[in-house]
Design a protein around this ligand. Sequence first.
Ligand code: TMP
Length: 210
Amino acid sequence: MKRGLFITAEGTDGSGKTTQIKLLESYLKDRGFEVVVTREPGGTKIGEKIRSIILDPDNTKMTYITEMMLYVSARAQLVGELIRPSLEQGKVVICDRFVDSSYVYQGFGRNINIELIEKVNSIALDGIMPDVTLFFDVDPNIALSRRIRSTGADRIEQETMDFHRKVYEGYKKLVSKYPNRIKIIDSNRSIEEIFLDVKENIDKILERCL
Ligand code: TMP
């Protein structure tokens, strides 16, 4: 591959995307690709520091604009330090969340104007967008309770169910806006069944790229 492949995973908290990313990573490595797995917010030393500020349950006074700018800052660092160089080296980059999370969490969840979110993010993205985005579709009620049972709740997960439902509806709208890029993965199934679907989608993209 000349330019690498950029895959992102999206979904409400607890949708199971992280498990699927691990399976996809080993599948692609077995097929001989150089794979870089990263996450947002985070993925770099600076980004992980920003992540801990964002998710700290003590930071109850954080304004929505501060929060948006922190996500954008972590993203700018990740794109510049890791994603762009990896793609230029022909690697496959899999990122657990990316700019779509800002559209749905900050746009639909926090009601920040979408054009404003697009504008500030365009600085961080600097022309980089995913080739394909997998949306792990599961009802937020089920997903969130699963997540909180296993790891406890961070500052965002402590939000009301109304917030998480708005985020979920936001994802649905995004999927209909970008049907070619965003693939829906029905995640109300077993890990194995979900992964078959993931694999099928990625195999199709690889056929086009190779
Ligand atoms: P994670 O739990 O999937 O690692 O994501 C951290 C939280 O940050 C999750 O609740 C989603 C949220 N988030 C945003 O609100 N905006 C963003 O741009 C990103 C990347 C994540």
